[in-house]
Design a protein around this ligand. Structure first.
Ligand code: COA
Length: 180
């Protein structure tokens, strides 16, 4: 019988195991830059790192998944008055589940668990760049629906840039660009 999945914030003693998990997981990703494990290390050193929202999933004593949500913001379009302040939200990246433990709902559990923790910490929205076929199951919708786009190559990211409100309606008055 499969053990229950435990999800909790990562701790420094796990950083090396997380690095290996993310590296190997992305070898089989549909789309990968090949350096997601280094991105995790980079984020931990940055001001955008949120230790409480960098989660590990365990099946028994085996590390089987990892997710990070870090600080980001939507910069309002110049024409968008009266909202001139950047809108703070979370960026979900990366998400990785160990190959042999896939299709058991661990990715979805990690995302839902992170949503709950994020809401408790006062965050109201999350963005992700990912496969809509996967993330729309978890309530993400195309960011373009709100007039939210990636800074830089808007067109390239448009099909993959998705957002999820943790506070219903919070994005209704938000539009602009996210630096990815
Ligand atoms: C994507 C990933 C985290 C999913 O983990 P998981 O624990 O298997 O996810 P879940 O069990 O919650 O969901 C599995 C379902 O999502 C589907 N799915 C997985 N990746 C998908 C993708 N990129 N696009 C569409 N569907 C996808 C699976 O086929 C499965 O479908 P089913 O329920 O109809 O069988 C895992 O496959 C992984 O680590 N992939 C490599 C890293 C990666 O691509 N991360 C970014 C995701 S955009």
């Amino acid at each position: 019988m499969e053990s229950e999945i435990t999800i909790r914030p990562e701790s420094p003693r796990e950083f090396s195991a997380v690095y290996d998990l993310v590296r190997v997981a992305f070898l089989s990703a549909k789309i990968s830059a090949g350096d997601e494990q280094d991105y995790v290390s980079y984020l931990r050193q940055s001001a955008n790192y949120i230790p409480e929202l960098s989660l590990v999933a365990y099946c028994g004593d085996q590390l089987v998944g990892h997710l990070m949500m870090s600080k980001s913001f939507i910069r309002p379009d110049r024409v968008c008055v009266p909202r001139l302040e950047p809108f703070r939200l979370l960026l979900l990246a990366p998400l990785a589940v160990e190959l042999r433990h896939r299709k058991q709902g661990i990715g979805a559990q990690l995302v839902q668990n992170a949503f709950q923790r994020a809401a408790q910490l006062g965050w109201s929205a999350v963005a992700v760049v990912g496969d809509p076929a996967y993330y729309e199951r978890m309530g993400f919708v195309p960011a373009a629906r709100y007039g939210i786009y990636a800074a830089g190559d808007r067109q390239m990211y448009e099909p993959y840039l998705l957002v999820k409100e943790l506070t219903p309606g919070v994005l209704d008055s938000v539009s602009g660009t996210i630096d990815l």
